[in-house]
Design a protein around this ligand. Structure first.
Ligand code: BTN
Length: 245
């Protein structure tokens, strides 16, 4: 799919801009909304996303899909695209289920996928933030262990080059996903997952916290958690709060 870039020096949030401007977005290509900085960057679970200007990637890939399309793995596809794009610029990263991007067990990037229903189509807004040249003092303001490419590698990175790699990877994985679903991408995604069977995890789904052992990643990208009772519980969404060593 062709990608058209819309670049802004500052926005409240690239995802919010896309939602507000849904009616003016083209239907025959992906619109990539990029901002140098965000004043109200949003993360998952109503968290804010710290978005200082000129230091990081803040991007939303926006495109229309038929109403009943299977979009349940979109954030995982985006996360895998980010891992592959980082690989292209010489950085190894891994994935925390379902779509956190980690380096040295610290978060370097996150994804917020949102949809807006319009007549007989849905607008998918796949937003991604990657900490690229963020210095340590700013990373410390984030309420969880976080890192940037600068901190991990000790050198600044070209933000636009990383966006170009990401766009190429995402366009390829998205095309494959829309044609064949998640199964052909499953192995590659699993290869980059940090979790291994038997790992003890604390898991949040909606308002409930579960403790159990990571059992397996299913072919559809969902997670199987083994509870203390032995019961296996399957989750399509949620968050791994903690890995207990
Ligand atoms: C997370 O909590 O892990 C998701 C973070 C997503 C941040 C990106 S930055 C670009 C896009 N615009 C936003 O407001 N959020 C996403």
């Amino acid at each position: 799919m062709n990608i058209e870039e819309r670049r802004f020096s500052i926005l409240d949030s690239t995802n919010t801009w896309a939602k507000k401007n849904a009616l003016q977005l083209p239907h025959d290509r992906i619109t990539l909304v990029i901002a140098d900085g965000q004043t109200a960057g949003r993360g998952r679970f109503n968290n804010s996303w710290i978005s200082p200007s000129g230091l990081n990637v803040y991007a939303s890939y926006c495109f229309f899909l038929p109403v009943h399309s299977n979009i349940s793995n979109m954030a995982q596809i985006m996360a895998l695209s980010a891992v592959k794009a980082l690989e292209e610029v010489g950085v190894r990263s891994s994935l925390k289920w379902p779509n956190d991007i980690l380096i040295s067990k610290k978060k370097v990037g996150g994804i917020l996928c949102e949809t807006t229903a319009l007549d007989n189509e849905i607008l998918m807004i796949a937003g991604i933030g990657i900490n690229v040249n963020m210095p340590l003092e700013m990373l410390k303001e984030i309420g969880q262990p976080a890192t940037s490419l600068l901190i991990e590698k000790g050198i600044p990175f070209d933000i636009q080059k990383l966006i170009d790699c990401l766009s190429k990877q995402f366009s390829n994985f998205l095309t494959q996903y829309l044609l064949e679903g998640f199964p052909p991408i499953y192995s590659l995604y699993r290869e980059h997952l940090i979790h291994s069977p038997g790992e003890k995890i604390l898991f949040r789904h909606r308002d409930r916290i579960w403790e159990g052992l990571f059992s397996s990643l299913q072919q559809d990208g969902s997670l199987n958690l083994q509870l203390a009772s032995g019961e296996i519980k399957n989750f399509h969404a949620g968050e791994i709060i903690n890995v207990i060593n």
